[in-house]
Design a protein around this ligand. Structure first.
Ligand code: NAP
Ligand code: SF4
Length: 678
């Protein structure tokens, strides 16, 4: 496929961007580590080296009350200019351009004393904000302008004024957060004033040859949010005030509609972005769930936007743009939208990383390590098992110059990833397998599929190192009657080997239990999320005539294709082990399709009458056609034991080493680490 539109330079008049690929702003948590500026320089520098024409930093507050949390990034003193120059110089050396994002979090700040436009708390932060006075508002506008001036002195190519996602500027705009009666509240004209004044005052300070980007909320997805017409009115006023280009944001943080997780179709929000593009004369940048060059090219080619913003996709592959440029798109390590190591880490107060690229945000440490090179002698290595742990180990070892043979008894690589990709909405796993397939070929890994490696064969081959990544076997719970014909192991269901009847019980409510419930609720497998269906079921008003772009009737989910009941032994709410920023979506979806959840059970038996269980000593029976076992896994390490018996040392990784709490994130990291240690 040709990516000519994506690779076309964008002339902004006073400066030109070399392509249409921008790295969007992200909370990285790097700002809170030791030596944050050299670390950030390495992080952004790697993305500039990888060909992104423009980069936006994580948000810097223009004043003390704007910080997201205690110790959060702020840029309001000349004394900090030299630190920021470490970032800007590095990005410029690598041939990129970089903007400082100015973000005031308003009532979203995770601090005890927070400020707001009005005294209305948010549903994601129950603290009641102190209402800003008119004098403070005037000062805040000045603070934004000062931050922009400081950014200019620090060598940034421009600023992005963060006006979306429900932060302070959004809080001025929407009636849900603004009930003021002065010149900053009431009419839309008054509510827009803060945003427009900021842009006007920033322009006054920085002049015409400095990028002033405004991140506008293309659709708020909250009650009392903007209509499409109001968003256009704001965009036009901001253009008049001097915005160079618009970036777009989708949904406030408190929205109850998923906006970026894997179940959101790629490019799902194009209609909302187009609404802005059609009504302004400056370039518009599309964002959210743009993870492949094909989608990006289509967005630019169609005219929905003039440029694309990739954020998580740049964690997954810092060299995304160069690979597009060099006709190596099949080598892109694609963001699978899992949120597991990026957003979920940030919520756990850890620096960001990436499931498919554990090196993300570790660039500085890697650069330090490379300064003291260790001599690697090429070794002959066997990796047994081509699930995520084995693939990662084989790929890393081959990249380091080792001669690698990868064995798998299956006919294709991927292991459990081949099951994950069949779960509705999880088709991004196809990309992960495609990436590894390309990598293995590129780095000359010898692939022995349909081959069961045993201890004697491996011994005969005289490998220098053996990595055993043979994965897991599903756990069969100790329940009388577990061998009843109605019982189906999850592997058989996900692989399509077994079918189930109308009424289904699921034993176990971990990640796999939820995957199985989603599959049964959908009634079909192996399907990517569909944009029309997604927007319809979540009640999104694509005409954007209703406030926030929400249809008055709310979400409209089809009833589940099966009558599904999920069980777990632990008391209390189910789904606690799911991803922090994606689990709520699964739970909401299943609840809206009518799936029942029964925690705190003890299983009694399975027979022709169904599943017998007790809660608090009271016996129950649920008549079902089938019972799907999703009761966790045990390690499958027979080969490792055989090797030990032969006196052969081998490294045991992934599920084969520890099945409990193992997932693709841990598997990929472990595979990489073991290969680096060899
Ligand atoms: P899991 O998360 O350990 O869940 C196993 C479930 O089975 C639990 O609900 C557990 O609850 C139950 N269970 C355990 N032993 C049992 C027994 N002897 N008898 C009856 N019930 C039993 O395992 P998983 O769901 O198979 O997932 C495996 C790994 O893949 C996990 O780390 C998971 O996070 C990951 N994964 C993640 C996702 C995701 O959405 N992020 C998706 C798929 C898989 P009780 O003990 O309370 O009954
Ligand atoms: Fe994408 Fe998952 Fe990596 Fe986050 S952790 S950047 S969602 S692949």
């Amino acid at each position: 496929m040709s990516f000519e539109n994506l690779l076309n330079p964008l002339d902004l008049g006073f400066t030109t961007l070399k392509n249409r690929i921008m790295m969007g702003s992200m909370h990285t948590g790097i700002e809170l580590l030791d030596q944050p500026f050299p670390r950030l320089a390495a992080f952004y520098g790697e993305r500039a080296k990888g060909g992104a024409s423009l980069i936006v930093t994580g948000g810097y507050a223009p004043n003390e009350t704007g910080k997201i949390e205690e110790g959060g990034p702020i840029f309001n003193r000349e004394a900090d200019i030299a630190d920021h120059q470490i970032i800007t110089q590095r990005v410029h050396q690598e041939g990129g351009k970089i903007l400082l994002q100015i973000l005031h979090s308003g009532r979203y700040a995770k601090e005890d004393c927070i400020v707001g436009v009005s005294d209305i708390p948010s549903r994601i932060n129950r603290r009641v904000p102190r209402v800003l006075t008119s004098e403070e508002i005037e000062q805040y506008i000045e603070d934004y302008a000062n931050a922009a001036a400081l950014a200019q002195q620090a060598g940034y190519d421009g600023v992005e004024v963060m006006g979306s996602e429900g932060y302070l500027i959004n809080q001025f705009l929407a009636l849900r957060t603004n009930n003021r009666t002065d010149q900053w509240g009431g009419s839309y004209q008054n509510r827009m004033r803060f945003a427009v004044e900021i842009v006007r005052r920033v322009k006054e300070k920085v002049g015409d040859n400095f990028i002033v980007m405004f991140r506008i909320s293309a659709i708020d997805l909250v009650e009392g949010g903007a209509t499409g017409a109001e968003t256009v009115e704001l965009a036009q006023a901001l253009e008049q005030a001097g915005v160079t280009l618009f970036n777009t944001g989708i949904g406030w943080h408190e929205a109850r509609i998923p906006t970026i997780a894997y179940m959101v179709p790629r490019g799902a929000w194009r209609f909302a972005i187009r609404n802005i593009t059609d009504h302004v004369n400056v370039p518009v940048i599309a964002s959210n769930r743009i993870n492949t060059p094909e989608v990006a090219e289509d967005i630019v080619a169609s005219g929905d936007a003039q440029m694309v913003s990739l954020a998580r996709s740049m964690l997954a592959d810092p060299h995304f743009a160069n690979k597009v440029q060099d006709n190596r798109a099949d080598e892109i390590n694609t963001c699978i939208g899992c949120n597991q190591a990026c957003l979920d880490f940030i919520f756990q107060h850890k620096p960001t990383s990436c499931l498919v690229n554990p090196l993300a945000a570790r660039e500085f440490d890697e650069e330090i390590a490379r300064q003291t090179p260790t001599k690697t002698t090429s070794k002959k290595i066997a990796v047994i098992g081509s699930g995520p742990a084995g693939l990662s180990a084989a790929n890393t070892a081959a990249q380091l110059g080792h001669s690698v043979t990868l064995y798998d008894s299956a006919s294709e690589i991927g292991g459990q990833l081949n099951l994950a990709k069949k779960v509705p909405d999880k088709t991004e796993f196809y990309e992960m397998i495609r990436y590894y397939r390309t990598q293995l070929a590129k780095h000359g890994v010898e692939l022995k599929l349909n081959t069961k490696a045993d201890a004697s064969t491996l011994k005969a081959e005289h490998f220098d190192d053996i990595i055993v990544a043979t994965g897991i076997v599903p756990r069969i719970p100790d329940i009388p009657g577990v061998d009843h014909p109605s019982v189906v192991p999850y592997l058989d269901l996900l692989s399509g080997k077994a079918k189930v009847g109308k009424r289904v019980a699921i034993i176990g409510a971990g990640g796999i239990g939820y995957d199985v419930a989603v599959l049964l609720a959908n009634g079909k497998s192996d399907c990517a999320p569909d944009t029309d269906e997604f927007l319809k079921k979540w009640g999104v008003d694509t005409a954007m005539t209703h406030p926030g772009g929400l249809l008055p009737d709310g979400p409209q989910f089809h009833p589940a294709a099966h009558e599904i009941t999920m069980f777990q032994r632990k008391p209390g709410p189910m789904g606690r082990g799911l991803g922090l920023t994606s689990g709520w979506v699964l739970k909401a979806e299943l609840e809206m399709t009518g799936v029942q959840c029964i925690p705190g059970v003890s299983y009694k038996k399975i027979d022709d009458d169904g599943l017998h269980y007790a809660i608090d000593g009271v016996d129950h029976v649920l008549a079902v056609d089938n019972i799907v076992l999703c009761s966790g896994q045990d390690s499958f390490n027979t080969l490792h034991r055989e090797l030990e018996a032969e006196g052969i040392q081998a490294h045991l990784i992934g599920g084969a080493a520890a099945a409990k709490e193992l997932d693709a994130l841990a598997a990929v990291s472990q595979g990489m680490e073991i290969a680096e240690q060899i």
